[in-house]
Design a protein around this ligand. Sequence first.
Ligand code: TMP
Length: 213
Amino acid sequence: MFISFEGGEGGGKSTQVRTLADRLRAAGHDVVTTREPGGSPGAEAIRDLLVNGEADRWSPITETLLMYASRRDHLERVIRPGLERGAVVLCDRFADSTRAYQGAAGGAPRGLIADLERDVLEGTLPELTLILDLPVEEGLKRAHGRGGAEARFEGKGQAFHERLRQAFAEIAAAEPERCVLINAAQPLDAVAADIWTAVSERLASGRVDGTNG
Ligand code: TMP
């Protein structure tokens, strides 16, 4: 069972990953929580290069390749081993972030990203993707409130972040079987409740069973 959390800045993904993990563990599931870029030692080293420094440090194509280098290591060392032993893997960001940040908002070629998804992920894709959506201004305000570290993407300007929000909404609309858009502007408890509804529906329908389909 592979579940990803997606969305722009300041949507509260990491809090919601923890809350869902607690709830699934209480229900008796083996749960792995992880994040991208990063999640394995090699991928965390690449994360450092990606999330720190000047906004224009890397071009969108270079960024895409670094994201996929880190993603492949993470997939081999954490995600696949977790899925193989039957755990629920909760991942804070995954391939949709590359489609949105480097592709739709950054301008990296869609074909390159589609090829990398196919050849690097080899079908290991989330069965459920929770997209935490909130107005850009609100999200950036929350993200800035967190402090100055890892702020490279936050510094890309309002227009970039508006394109990003639009891109995630389009992904949700294009893949309604996989994606659920969650209103992240609500109080934390209400966000967690919406997430639990989406997850338990999948569990009940047997659609989240680790077989990708
Ligand atoms: P985080 O703030 O959610 O930990 O993510 C770190 C940053 O990395 C965030 O600004 C989004 C960005 N990112 C991409 O641009 N492309 C990707 O594929 C991933 C996974 C993250």
